[in-house]
Design a protein around this ligand. Structure first.
Ligand code: PGA
Length: 267
């Protein structure tokens, strides 16, 4: 399994399994390399459908290949607000089900924005979240999905490049996309706490994973529309430490310019 090459920003894989395996192997290798030097590693982690297979692979490597998460410190991107951590659709539960509950990460090293932070203390809790990230030396690897409106984390259209961790109103498309899981649009929370674009973009390495034809349109926009807060993912193009890992379906609308080798040189 080859690692992602950072000088070439876009990797297009034949299918979602291969794309997810590449990302999982990259993360596992970074964890092991830090371990070999007796160092911790700070991971920024995403939820949603996209990273599920990455986590499945990491869990498999933990169970079958002895990959340990004891040196991992994690910061999740976001959580619905308000929402109890015990709610079946909270991102606390998601992480517990798909990763944390199945590996040996130390509970004190796990950080997830909390959907029960009190309104009066929320600003302070968000500031503390960003400060904790800095205190850990910043994020070493940030895993991202992309929303169909170009959000990263829950940094919805309109989010500034230097936005901090904060409470945000969810975009109608985001809520619509979550409606089936919540069994009704009216049950989808109106807000969320999201890590800001500032902490995300300060990560030393960023991997944006996009899978499936549903993402083809926004991936094209993320590469070809003007860099602007209206499509927060466009900010990533301005950064040298970002790798886009796509399956063929998500890359379908950028395949031609890539074939001409114009995309990487253009951006
Ligand atoms: P998805 O969500 O992985 O469920 O498509 C991605 C996102 O909204 O960031």
């Amino acid at each position: 399994m080859t690692n992602i090459i950072y000088t070439k920003n876009i990797t297009i894989c034949d299918n979602e399994t291969i794309a997810s395996q590449r990302v999982a192997h990259f993360i596992a290798n970074e964890i092991k390399s830090k371990q070999a030097n007796g160092l911790p590693i700070t991971l920024g982690l995403a939820t949603g459908n996209t990273p599920k297979m990455v986590y499945e692979q990491l869990v498999r490597m933990h169970k079958n290949e002895g990959l340990s998460f004891k040196n991992v410190i994690s910061f999740n991107l976001d959580e619905y607000y308000p929402l109890e951590p015990s709610h079946p659709l909270s991102y606390h539960q998601f992480m517990d089900t798909h990763l944390f509950g199945q590996v040996d990460i130390l509970p004190e090293n796990v950080h997830i924005p909390n959907g029960t932070w009190q309104k009066e203390q929320l600003a302070q809790c968000c500031e503390d979240y960003d400060k904790k990230i800095l205190d850990c030396g910043g994020i070493d690897i940030q895993l991202l999905g992309i929303g169909r409106n170009g959000h990263i984390g829950f940094n919805e259209p309109g989010s500034a490049f230097d936005s901090p961790t904060r409470l945000i109103d969810l975009h109608s498309l985001t809520r619509n996309d979550a409606a089936a899981d919540f069994e009704g649009l009216e049950k989808v929370p109106l807000q969320a706490v999201t890590m800001g674009i500032q902490s995300i973009t300060q990560a030393k390495k960023i991997i944006l994973l996009a899978l499936g034809s549903r993402k083809a349109d926004i991936i094209q926009k993320a590469f070809q529309e003007e860099v602007s807060p209206e499509i927060p993912a466009t900010f990533l193009r301005t950064l040298s430490q970002v790798a886009f890992v796509l399956d063929k379906e998500a890359a379908a609308l950028i395949a031609e310019p890539l074939g001409n080798n114009s995309l990487t040189s253009k951006y």
